[in-house]
Design a protein around this ligand. Structure first.
Ligand code: CMX
Length: 137
């Protein structure tokens, strides 16, 4: 049901300042950037084999990334795992007592559906489920 590491999310204060590090120094392919209004973030993706690195920059003060940066500074923020059935992944997490951070999947970057599991229920890891396309019926 979980298919791969889709991306690792990294909180940064400025995407523009970090692009040269990931693109020019590390030599990763820059896949573009976009605003994700539902999360109050601007994101930028870099291809890393079958997976990606996602830089996250807050776009407003109440963004979860603004709070994270204030408390922890820049660094790894979450692990996103791909699934072909986000509803089933959510149901399985819920039925095992894990808290999900939204009542339904939300719209994420690249038109994907996303859902987060509370880090207090996973030993300190903010885990994201991500699925391409519409939820399965
Ligand atoms: N990884 C691990 N632990 C985290 C965490 C993270 N990214 N963010 C917060 N925590 C921990 C904190 O350390 C804190 O632990 P302590 O109580 O031991 O100090 C606890 O969770 C509560 O943290 P908080 O700073 O008080 O923050 P909130 O409870 O207000 O919110 C969370 C935390 C995870 C519920 C919130 O950040 C959230 O809803 N995140 C999901 C949405 C998100 O992160 N969106 C951005 C990414 C969007 C994208 O990829 O497109």
């Amino acid at each position: 049901m979980l298919t791969k590491i889709d991306h690792i999310g990294i909180a940064v204060r400025s995407i523009d300042e970090k692009i040269p590090l990931y693109r020019d120094v590390l030599g990763l392919e820059f896949l573009g950037d976009e605003l994700v209004e539902s999360q109050g973030v601007r994101v930028a993706f870099f291809k890393l084999g079958e997976s990606m690195l996602e830089l996250l920059e807050p776009t407003r003060d109440d963004s979860p990334i603004a709070k994270y940066l204030e408390k922890n500074g820049e660094g790894i923020h979450h692990l996103a795992v791909g699934t072909d059935d986000i509803t089933a992944a959510r149901d399985r997490a819920l039925s095992n007592g894990l808290r999900l951070l939204s009542d339904a999947p939300l719209d994420g970057a690249h038109g994907k559906l996303i859902s987060f599991v509370h880090p207090k229920d996973t030993g300190g890891l903010l885990l994201e489920f991500t699925q391409r396309g519409a939820p399965k019926a």
